[in-house]
Write a protein that binds this ligand. Structure first.
Ligand code: X5A
Ligand code: ZN
Length: 690
């Protein structure tokens, strides 16, 4: 359906006219650098370009007071001295004669993007704007922000489009206190912000940026603050925060629209944030948000002051909005202790308001003593305060190359064996006709009785061909349909072929009655995850079996709390998702799982279906593998006690090895970790697992 890019050159006009070390980083080159990079990477050309309009004063009035709007309007005719004097009345603000025009264009850009998405003209988009918005309040400018672009967009979505549930994700490294104030009592807007906090020692130095600020009145639980108490947070910390905190809440909230306060000062290299997340991380964050609200995501630029890092992160975001798979994340996927403590404290503060968080153990962690005294601001840290990780910044090598993008995305292919299935496929998905050579196919089929019949052989030939295409990088993803009786053997061959082709890490997610192939190697190259029957069992860190959850909440906590943390920790080169006999999954659930598994595998997902699956199922999977948003799961229903117990048990087992599973701090789950092997309760050992 397309991606909009909203921009107007006039927004480069506003700039600092006097000396101010705090404000000088917010400069026009921020926009030109981002746009230039989008052009060089061929991404701008793939978007629907929209020229920003000025917002009307009525639109500004949706969140700002008339007096404040007048004050900003009048700055247009002020001289430099007067502008400087007025700027001094606010915190970290400069006015320029063009400020009113630029700030109205910034709001207008956000509104145009929103209208394009909500009228169905496009699926999603990005507004590249200056000045930013999230610090701006009803009657105050703050932190380079004049009008609150995203807040006005949310108010407009409610008023003009009648929306009832809007999620705002503020991934800028500063707390968007302006947005928080504007919606703190409003349950129709769920505001999530993570931010550099350092126990209150970082700008804007507010007590209400901490995790225990959860909203007020009707809006209790609809403000979610995740304070980072150390700098150096990286990819694993950000992804863990999304999987364990934001996404459970977001699915429970079931938004109709996602607005992103997309600041890139949370990326590596930024002088404000001092964080370590690489640009690819923003592709993953975007992809994780695209499974919400039917994919209606509107991103609006906020901060981001390292031009290279900003430009690259913007490209990653746009590329993902366009549907391309996110590039694999670099670095070890191990969240740091301070990040886990922060996530944990938010879970504890929010658990009373959200069912989806109640299944996690939320015994509060004893964190470093609160430094907020009643007298206000905590004492400043000595230079070189705590850093989450001392990973040497790979920044220079990271930005050496002019353009870090992979070659243009390869198309998913679909190989189906049943001739009577006609698929409605996206125009650039090819229905693959190719097949491996007969002798080769027969050799692979030989050890398996169930692969003797013609139909199974035909399917296997197509699978082998597709798999080679994927491992050689010609095809990004694919679907193969097999006769039900041949499902297990076909999966076995797929694994063996993947290994013999040189795959180093292969994740296999088997749903339903598919037993683990008996002669699978135990060298850590395969992570086998079976979602089926009644039992929860971790036979080793590479063999996990879990019950098939029945309710939506159980399914979601299985994906977010187990499958994806394992997958992100394993960093597979390829994922096989097999829907075997009695998988019991409905289309939307299968689509969500398949769609989310694209993340940890750079998009390389091969789905195996049974031939008698409905054409709708094959079609829906083809579309999500192509980058389309999965359909909504509908209203949230809480996980069953059995599902919750099974999940907790498995997480306790696996947490010591798979650090992305952790939500509780290490000290808290020590008691839950049991040894492998015979010590496992027999009742919990999966039937078909050796
Ligand atoms: C939008 C944004 C930061 C203000 C920092 C003031 N503002 N020290 O990133
Ligand atoms: Zn910021």
């Amino acid at each position: 359906m397309g991606t909009a890019l909203v921009y107007h050159e006039d927004m480069t006009a506003t700039r600092l006219l006097w000396d101010d070390p705090e404000c000088e980083i917010e400069r026009p080159e921020r926009l030109t650098a981002a746009l230039d990079r989008l052009r060089k990477c061929g991404l701008e050309q793939r978007c629907l370009r929209l020229s920003a309009r000025e917002a009307s004063e009525e639109e500004l009035g949706l969140v700002h007071s008339p007096e404040y709007v007048s004050l900003v309007r009048e700055t247009q005719v002020l001289g430099k001295e007067e502008l400087q004097a007025l700027s001094g009345q606010f915190d970290a603000i400069y006015f320029h004669p063009s400020t009113f025009h630029c700030a109205r264009l910034a709001v207008g850009a956000a509104l145009q993007l929103l209208d394009a998405v909500l009228t169905g003209e496009v699926q999603n988009g990005l507004a590249l704007v200056r000045p930013p918005g999230h610090h701006s309040q009803r009657a105050a400018a703050s932190g380079f922000c004049v009008f609150n672009n995203v807040a006005i967009a949310a108010a407009h979505a409610k008023q003009k489009h009648g929306l009832h549930r809007i999620l705002i994700v503020d991934w800028d490294v500063h707390h968007g206190q302006g947005t928080q104030y504007l919606f703190e009592d409003d349950p129709s807007v769920l505001y999530f912000s993570w931010h550099r906090y350092e126990h209150g020692r970082f700008w804007p130095f507010l007590r209400e940026s901490d995790a225990d600020a959860v909203g007020r009145g009707q809006g209790l639980g609809f403000t979610v603050n995740l304070p980072w108490n150390q700098v150096g947070m990286g990819n694993a910390d950000y992804v863990a925060a999304f999987l364990h905190l934001l996404l459970p809440l977001a699915f429970e909230f079931d938004p109709e629209l996602v607005l992103v306060s997309a600041g890139f000062d949370s990326a590596i290299g930024d002088p404000e944030g001092q964080m370590q997340a690489t640009p690819e991380c923003f592709a993953h964050l975007t992809q994780l948000l695209q499974v919400l609200a039917g994919g209606r995501v509107c991103a609006v630029l906020e901060g981001g002051y390292h031009l290279e890092s900003l430009a690259e992160s913007v490209c990653m975001t746009v590329q993902t909005l366009l549907g391309d798979p996110a590039p694999p994340l670099s670095g070890p996927m191990v969240p740091c202790q301070s990040a886990l403590e922060s996530i944990q404290s938010v879970c504890a503060a929010q658990a009373p308001h959200w069912k989806s968080l109640q299944l996690q153990d939320v015994t509060p962690v004893q964190t470093s003593p609160s430094t907020h005294s009643s007298e206000g601001r905590p004492p400043p840290l000595l230079p070189g305060g705590p850093v989450c990780k001392t990973a040497a910044s790979a920044l220079s090598s990271l930005f050496d190359q002019p353009c870090l993008h992979p070659a243009p995305p390869v198309c998913p292919a679909v190989a189906l064996t049943a001739p009577d299935i006609t698929l409605v496929l996206p125009p650039d998905v090819t229905q693959q006709e190719g097949s491996a050579l007969n002798e080769e196919t027969e050799a692979w089929a030989k050890p398996h009785e169930s692969l003797a019949q013609d139909e199974a052989l035909t399917a296997l030939g197509k699978l082998l061909y597709l798999l080679d295409g994927m491992l050689d990088g010609q095809v990004s993803s694919g679907i193969v349909a097999t006769p039900p009786s041949a499902a297990a053997a076909t999966l076995d061959v797929a694994i063996q072929r993947g290994l013999s082709h040189g795959a180093q890490r292969l994740l296999c997610v088997a749903l339903g009655q598919l037993d683990r192939p008996p002669d699978l190697v135990h060298d850590g190259r395969i992570l086998w995850l079976n979602i089926r029957g009644k039992e929860a069992a971790a036979l080793s860190m590479f063999q996990v079996s879990t019950p098939l959850p029945v309710l939506t909440g159980g399914f979601l906590s299985c994906i977010l709390g187990l499958v994806l943390p394992l997958a992100y920790g394993f960093q597979p080169e390829l994922v096989l998702v097999a829907l075997g006999p009695a998988h019991g999954l409905q289309g939307p659930h299968a689509a969500l799982l398949t769609s989310m598994l694209r993340g940890p595998a750079g998009g390389r997902v091969l789905a195996l279906l049974e031939e008698d699956s409905t054409p709708q199922l094959a079609g829906i999977l083809a579309r999500v593998l192509h980058g389309e948003a999965p359909p909504s799961l509908g209203p949230y229903s809480v996980a069953s006690p059995e599902d919750t117990q099974a999940l907790r048990y498995l997480r306790g087992q696996l947490e010591p090895q798979w650090k992305m599973l952790q939500v509780t701090s290490e000290a808290d789950c020590r008691g839950m970790a049991l040894p492998w092997g015979p010590a496992l309760p027999q009742s919990l050992v999966g039937r078909g697992v050796p």
